[in-house]
Design a protein around this ligand. Structure first.
Ligand code: ADP
Ligand code: MG
Length: 240
């Protein structure tokens, strides 16, 4: 049973609350700020471990995962396709995800970022049967110091094992009542009601806290601007 914590105040997001080898699930409707927050968190992880984004929309301005990735200590890379010596190119995201979770689980000390996870992990069925390597990485990765960041704009389309096994549930605004419903074990409608632009809710099950954070500070936003640029068409004011 989940304890329902009251959110009493708006606080600054503390990256130090998020530790290596933890799992972070980030939701919010499109344009709400998920990728900018992910850019901040994963940039910090990448200083300590090999961090790879499964970048379906090819949004991140970072290098492709090199062939010798198993021997790299750390760094930030994206995976958008796999090229084989035979000349065959694999770009099915389900296959890429299973490849990545399998190899980086064995390797250890890695972080995997799965953006829009609901679009390639089936929602229904046992995760161990539909996506065995992801299921294994999700439940056993911590022992090998493996971190996982997942995002979704439609939490109702995400397999419930993903949020339930994530130490951190983070939510920007969501648009539909189905998505509010999907998050109701973690945040109530009241929690969502006063959420402002780029603000987010953060349930940390390790510390037992449930907080509403201000939008990222200027220095925290820097990572999003650097890795994603500004695709909103409007001038981003980098002020608090
Ligand atoms: N914390 C923030 N403060 C100010 N602007 C932001 C912030 N986060 C995101 N943005 C702006 O909103 C746009 C969409 O953010 P993004 O993180 O890509 O959203 P999502 O991944 O949820 O679709 C960005 O291009 C940027 O202009
Ligand atoms: Mg995004």
């Amino acid at each position: 049973m989940d304890v329902n914590f009251e959110i009493t105040e708006t606080t600054k997001f503390r990256i130090s609350d998020i530790k290596l080898a933890q799992r972070i699930f980030v939701v919010g409707s499109t344009g709400s700020g998920k990728s900018w927050l992910v850019a901040y968190i994963m940039s910090k992880f990448a200083k300590k471990q090999l961090t790879v984004v499964l970048d379906k929309k090819d949004e991140y301005d970072i290098p492709e995962l090199p062939n010798d990735f198993m021997t790299r200590q750390k760094g930030l890379y994206k995976l958008t396709s796999l090229e084989f010596d035979s000349g065959y190119t694999e770009n099915n995201f389900f296959v890429l995800m299973e490849f990545l979770t399998n190899n980086l689980f064995k390797r250890g000390n890695a972080c995997i970022v799965l953006e829009e996870v609901g679009s390639y992990i089936p929602k229904n069925g046992m995760l161990y049967e539909t996506s065995p390597n992801v299921a294994h990485y999700l439940s056993q990765g911590r022992k090998r110091n493996n971190s996982l960041i997942t995002t979704s704009q439609r939490p109702q389309q995400v397999h419930t094992d993903i949020p339930s096994q994530s130490e951190h549930k983070i939510s920007f605004r969501v648009d539909s009542k189905h998505d509010l419903e999907a998050m109701k074990n973690y945040f109530s409608k009241e929690h969502y009601a006063s959420l402002k632009e780029f603000q987010f809710l953060h349930k940390n099950t390790i510390k037992g806290t449930n907080e509403r954070h201000y939008k990222l500070t200027t220095s925290q936003q820097y990572f999003g601007l650097k890795l994603l640029g500004d695709d909103s068409g409007k001038q981003t004011e980098l002020s608090d």
